[in-house]
Design a protein. Structure first.
Length: 123
C-alpha cells in the first residue's frame, strides 16, 4: 500500500485553488476600479474610502495566498505551522491561519480596538 503525503495539498487541487484565487482577485480589482471611478462609486466619501480600503485589503490577502502557493507554504498556519483544516481552506482559500490561531488573533485585535476605559472596567 502506497502512503500518501497528507501535509501538502494535491497539485491538481492547488491548481483549482490558484484558479479560484485568480478569479477572485480579478473580481475584486474590477470592483475596486468601479469604486475609484467617480461615476460609479458611492457619493459618500467615507463609504467610498472604507470600501476602497476593504477591497485593497482583500486583494492583498488573495495575492498573499497566491504567493504562499508559489512558495509551497499554502495550507500551513503562519502562526503555529500546523496544517490548516482543508474545510477551512475550501471555505476561505486565502486563510493564513488555522482556526485556533485565527480566533486568538481576532481576540487580540478586538482588545487593541477597545478604548482603554473599557479594558480597565472589564468590558
Amino acid at each position: 500500500m502506497r502512503s500518501r503525503q497528507v501535509d501538502a495539498p494535491v497539485p491538481d487541487r492547488l491548481d483549482r485553488v490558484r484558479g479560484r484565487l485568480e478569479a477572485e482577485r480579478e473580481a475584486l480589482l474590477a470592483e475596486l476600479r468601479c469604486v475609484l471611478d467617480p461615476g460609479c462609486a458611492p457619493t459618500d466619501l467615507d463609504s467610498r474610502d472604507a470600501l476602497e480600503a476593504a477591497l485593497r485589503s482583500a486583494v492583498r490577502e488573495v495575492e498573499d495566498a497566491l504567493d504562499r502557493i508559489g512558495r509551497g507554504t499554502f495550507g500551513r498556519c503562519e502562526d503555529c505551522g500546523e496544517r490548516i483544516d482543508p474545510a477551512r481552506l475550501r471555505a476561505l482559500p486565502r486563510a493564513r491561519r488555522c482556526l485556533s490561531c485565527q480566533l486568538r488573533e481576532d481576540e487580540r485585535s478586538e482588545t487593541r480596538r477597545l478604548p482603554r476605559s473599557r479594558l480597565e472596567h472589564g468590558a
